[in-house]
Ligand binder design. Structure first.
Ligand code: AHG
Ligand code: MN
Ligand code: MN
Length: 341
């Protein structure tokens, strides 16, 4: 039986714009986005496809579980943390567009030897790694800056210790029930879904906007007794408003859900960790840039995250990030208490 016209049209629906094509279009729209920048985004995309493959076969290839060492934060390194780190760093080094890389898994700034390259990258190669062994979504977070030291010279700390507002681009890859890349280069946020059989990311979520408000709050509430009063008060407000508590423990996955549905994610300071847990350069900054580009907000309590001037590679910052109205309400509790962070 031959297909009806309607069925036929379903069969030949266009798949859409590839990430590559999209990057080329952006390059035409933005004067700064020359070929080097496009190539850098492609290098990140290629590494993410490899990491996606490793994650998908983690259980089979004996690469789940602990590596038996700790990173510079005293956290257990998982084998996949290391695999993802190697994959991204190699792709960025060999791609040639990056002169320095700050990675969660490396104590020092990595000098790639590409002294003529114009860009620097900060990266959390695998975020949410405690979730690898239990088949729960993990991610990669990255941030891109233009170097400030002169091209042709070795990179220095000043190239990466730039204010969040100086980011040229930022994004994340979510290795979830489907794999997605969500990206901003300062003109809105776009989401791409990976099509494994074609090996390409396709534009699936153009011009993503975060709902102004929502009903989801995400925080590790088990640390309640260690939180400052404004956070305790805001949590009480969330209870009073009958919000839903949703906390995966993978920042990228929690953020992505809240970006789509509306919500607020908090990793505040506590008596245990006075600066919170999340790292400014490769966790807070990139998602703060992205959330603002989607219409949301990111603060540390009262100060805008993007206005931080980092002093150290692995510096931490308290983070309240999400739908603008929800973040504003949370900030009111900080202003009321005059708590400085
Ligand atoms: P990473 O796996 O890169 O070290 O990051 C883990 C982070 C983040 O993904 C998550 O939101 C947070 O740790 C969870 O921490 P708690 O277990 O303290 O809630
Ligand atoms: Mn992380
Ligand atoms: Mn990590």
């Amino acid at each position: 039986m031959s297909p009806s016209q309607g069925q036929f049209e379903q069969l030949i629906l266009p798949i859409g714009t590839t990430l590559d094509r999209f990057i080329n279009t952006q390059q035409n729209n933005f004067p700064f986005a020359r070929g080097e920048f496009s190539q850098l985004l492609r290098d990140i995309a290629i590494a993410s496809k490899i990491v996606n493959r490793e994650i998908n076969r983690a259980g089979l290839a004996n690469i789940s579980g602990s590596y038996g060492a700790q990173n510079n934060h005293g956290e257990d390194q998982q084998k996949l943390d290391m695999v993802a780190n190697v994959r991204f760093i190699r792709a960025l080094k060999n791609g040639g567009e990056v002169c320095a890389i700050a990675s969660e898994e490396d104590e020092e700034l990595i000098d790639t030897g590409n002294y003529n390259a114009k860009y620097v990258v900060a990266i959390d190669p695998l975020d949410g790694s405690s979730n690898i062994d239990v088949n729960v979504a993990v991610g990669t977070i990255f941030s891109i800056y233009r170097r400030v030291s002169p091209a042709g010279s070795p990179p220095g700390p000043e190239d990466i210790l730039q204010k969040g507002t100086q980011q040229v681009a930022a994004g994340y890859i979510l290795y979830g029930s489907s794999t997605m890349m969500v990206l901003t280069s300062g003109a809105g946020v776009d989401g791409f879904t990976y099509e494994p059989s074609l090996g390409e990311y396709y534009l699936s979520h153009p011009n993503m906007r975060m709902p102004k408000t929502g009903k989801i709050y995400s925080i590790n509430e088990s640390s309640y007794s260690t939180f400052p009063k404004p956070i305790k008060d805001y949590i009480q407000y969330c209870h009073d408003e009958n919000y839903s508590a949703r906390y995966i423990g993978s920042f990228v996955a929690d953020f992505h859900r809240n970006l789509l549905k509306g919500g607020i994610f908090m990793y505040p300071q506590s008596t245990k960790s006075p600066q919170g847990k999340l790292r400014l350069l490769y966790e807070c900054f990139p998602l703060a840039f992205l959330v603002e580009q989607a219409g949301g907000m990111a603060i540390d309590g009262d100060k805008r995250i993007l206005d931080y001037e980092p002093e150290r590679l692995h510096q931490r910052a308290p983070l309240i990030i999400g739908s603008s109205e929800m973040v504003k309400t949370a900030r009111k509790y900080f202003l009321l208490d005059h708590v400085r962070v």
